[in-house]
Design a protein around this ligand. Structure first.
Ligand code: SF4
Length: 371
């Protein structure tokens, strides 16, 4: 199986990371937040995003079979467009070979064992950098509002795979722990997050493959750094002792409501509210710092949620609904939750309730005191 990030680099051949294209320095390819080629242009990061050609995809340039768009900070539109055009010109020469090789090695199973050449993906702002670590791509919990499904679908299309329902497929990165061990000797001591960027670290297949556990064992044996684990699965309970042995580990659950009927409506294959609270309490009892993520706020008693969180979470991250993905029908039955005003009001009420209980809150990517 070919590493998709390596294939993205190959699109630009003979250009290699560290070399210049259209006056910008090519830094890396990555697949966690979409298929990205990242450049540095006059001190700014510019991400050129790569898409398999499909109708209605916004783009700044096209090669024969691929589309390119850009995300940039202060870099102007003209620079982004020029960079996309330069990338498209390179890709035009290489895409047939790269896409055919990807398709030839794509495999067709719903659960595929894949090998990667890198495990850590740089993330975060320059003033608060961290790495994401994903032993799996694709998630068997399959929440319909999941923000990861679009990104992971892009990667499947790039490999020429047929579309499959979200929650029905996963790539298991079987050498992730070995690659991580090598990378930890080279990278700066930024925090590492195992979080649902492209999968849940404790979805069902982890019980059999133990790839997340193997990565945690590597982190336990490496020099200490903050390690964050975010999940919706009870299976994390299996690793309580291991997590307790990792200096700097924090474990969180997503917990958007205290009402388990609402939870079951939106997240039918994830752990119940009671399970999540119980596991957080067990982690805390073993001395592991805990956190919870409430995003979006779903219907349910806000004070009861604040009480529950105050009892088991050392900090709470809050945010509103940012898109329904495939969960539109689910929101039809809880229409109030899709209203931005309702989300804002609930968030403010929960903020007040948490403040009254002295629970620290955060709204960035990392809990207080990390990074
Ligand atoms: S558990 Fe997380 S990663 Fe998995 S489907 Fe649900 S939201 Fe997505």
């Amino acid at each position: 199986m070919i590493d998709l990030a390596d294939a993205l680099v190959e699109l630009l051949a003979p250009l290699s990371p560290g070399e210049e294209l259209a006056g910008a320095t090519f830094l890396r390819a990555s697949t966690e937040l979409g298929l990205r080629l990242t450049f540095e242009d006059a001190g700014e990061l510019v991400h050129v995003e790569v898409f398999a050609d499909a109708p209605d995809t916004k783009h700044a340039a096209r090669s024969g079979r691929l589309l390119f768009a850009y995300r940039a900070g202060a870099t102007g539109t003209k620079r982004g467009e020029a960079l996309c055009a330069a990338v498209a010109a390179r890709a035009r020469r290489n895409e047939d070979r790269v896409l055919e090789r990807l398709a030839r090695h794509a495999g067709d199973g719903r659960v595929r064992e894949v090998e990667v050449t890198r495990a850590l993906e740089p993330a975060g702002r320059a003033e608060q950098p961290y790495f994401t670590l994903s032993p799996y791509v694709g998630c068997l919990i399959g929440c319909r509002f999941c923000y990861a499904q679009g990104r992971v679908g892009l990667a499947r299309r790039m490999r020429g795979l047929t579309t499959a329902p979200w929650g029905s497929y996963v790539d298991a990165r079987i050498n992730a722990a070995a690659v991580l061990a090598r990378e930890l000797e080279e990278v700066p001591p930024h925090p590492i997050k195992l979080c649902p960027v492209v999968s849940d670290p404790y979805h069902a297949i982890e019980a059999k493959l133990e790839l997340t556990r193997a990565c945690l064992e590597v982190l336990r044996d490496a020099p200490p750094r903050p390690v964050l684990v975010l999940t919706r699965a009870r299976l994390v309970e299996r690793d309580v002792d291991l997590l307790a042995s990792i200096e700097g580990a924090q474990v969180g659950f997503s917990l958007p409501t205290v009402d388990d009927a609402v939870r079951a409506w939106f997240e039918p294959r994830a752990a119940s509210v009671a399970d999540r609270l119980e596991v957080l309490a067990a982690l805390r009892a073993r001395g592991v710092r805990t956190f919870a993520v409430v995003q979006p706020v779903l219907p349910g008693d806000v004070d009861a949620l604040a009480d529950a969180l105050a009892a088991v979470a050392d900090s709470v991250s809050l945010d509103v609904l940012r898109g329904e993905e495939d969960a539109t029908e689910l929101f039809d039955a809880h229409a109030e939750a899709r209203d931005p005003g309702w989300q804002r009001d609930r968030l403010e009420a929960l903020t007040r309730a948490l403040d009254a209980r002295g629970v620290p809150r955060w709204d960035g990517e990392l809990p207080p005191g990390v990074g």
